[in-house]
Design a protein around this ligand. Structure first.
Ligand code: MG
Length: 373
């Protein structure tokens, strides 16, 4: 195993867990966090939660689960090169979307709108809530009892009001500090993963075309490189040869630029990292190119009428579920009924957010279709 840099998170000097647990021989604290996340219920739910395309739209589109695995893969590659802790990067990557509602951003927007009078709903905060409170697996505590560093990485952004309520992981938002480099990295690995797989899934779905993408600098450059090497390839093979080159370019750029930033600031510890500006980042050129690609995806894919149609249905399902349950909490499963006694809106938000796409559709039918049982 590579030696960790002094500015990496060192598992032996973690700020620890909320509930004291004896350390284990042969498994570091961050490995243990990663393993707990993989064995959690929330992690298995990711398989049936939408990234962009709803599960029943096709078997080959990314789901939240395969997305999270791609984020972990990209994160680990860069972590290894920068001598950061791979296990911590992986743990954050695998947990970063645990709080997502069914139906991707449409679901989150609908739930947030329903929860507006009760403190709102934010998937990022919900991911932390899943690992801190909602998982029920251990005899001595609720949640997964993860280390501070993994929890800090999961909480990517946070309002001042919530930061005050959250205690330790909220502090950096009040002090305007950065999280450790593993957290910064997991965040950008997320961006590399979704931009590229949305291009791939978008093409697969036929909602965007190679002709349209040929106008987008970063895609065009890598497609030309692929065709120089393999002049005869077309279709899926050309898409993959292009996308894999884009991912390599982004990963290499992120590694190179971050290494330069780290050299420039020479942090001697994680504490120095927290005081410094963000050190994990892309070069200015790649950042600009990525912006153009994101803008393209935004207009051509995320706002495509067929995606919009599904999003509209998704918003309706989520808000109708929420409204039915808040009016009649006796429709909740018993476990959530008892939680609803102390905070009805939050218990319902937790219940709805935890649903997979297909569970939400089924529950919606059960509540609204007269013939369903
Ligand atoms: Mg993500």
């Amino acid at each position: 195993m590579l030696e960790l840099a002094p500015y990496a998170a060192h598992a032996a000097s973690t700020r620890g867990r909320q509930h004291q647990e004896a350390s284990l021989k042969g498994r570091s604290e961050y490995q243990r966090d990663r393993d707990r996340i993989i064995h959690s219920t929330g992690f298995r739910r990711l398989e049936y939660k939408t990234q962009v395309f709803v599960n029943h739209e096709g078997d080959l589109f990314r789901t939240r689960l395969t997305h999270s695995l791609e984020v972990a893969q990209i994160g680990r590659s860069v972590a290894r090169q920068l001598h950061l802790d791979e296990d911590l990067t992986e743990a954050i990557a695998l947990a970063h979307d645990l709080g997502h509602t069914p139906f991707g951003h449409a679901g989150q927007d609908a739930l947030n709108a329903c929860m507006k009078p009760y403190g709102g709903f934010e998937h990022n905060l919900q991911s932390l809530r899943v690992v801190d409170h909602l998982e029920q697996r251990y005899g001595g505590f609720d949640g997964l009892n993860l280390t501070f560093e993994t929890r800090e990485g999961i909480l990517k952004h946070c309002s001042r009001r919530n930061a005050l309520l959250l205690g330790d992981v909220g502090e950096r938002f009040l002090k305007r500090q950065r999280p450790g480099l593993e957290a910064q990295l997991a965040n950008l690995a997320d961006e590399i993963a979704y931009n590229n797989h949305d291009v791939d899934d978008g093409l697969r779905s036929g909602l965007i075309t190679l002709e349209q993408l040929a106008d987008i600098g970063i895609f065009k450059r890598h497609m030309q490189a692929a065709l120089r090497e393999f002049p005869k390839i077309t279709g899926r093979r050309l898409v993959h040869e292009t996308v894999r080159r884009m991912i390599s370019t982004l990963v290499n750029d992120l590694t190179r630029q971050s290494a330069a930033n780290i050299r420039g600031h020479a942090p001697a510890s994680v504490d120095d990292v927290r005081q410094a500006p963000p050190l994990i980042g892309f070069s200015a050129r790649i950042l600009r190119e990525q912006q153009v690609l994101k803008q393209f995806l935004h207009v051509r894919l995320y706002q495509h009428y067929r995606v919009a149609r599904m999003s509209s249905k998704a918003r309706r399902i989520v808000s109708e579920l929420f409204n039915a349950l808040i009016a009649e909490p006796k429709l909740l499963p018993p476990e959530f009924q008892s939680r609803a006694e102390s905070d009805r809106p939050r218990a319902i938000a937790d219940y709805v957010a935890g649903m997979t796409d297909r569970y939400a559709m089924l529950e919606h039918r059960r509540l609204f279709a007269v013939e369903a049982i």
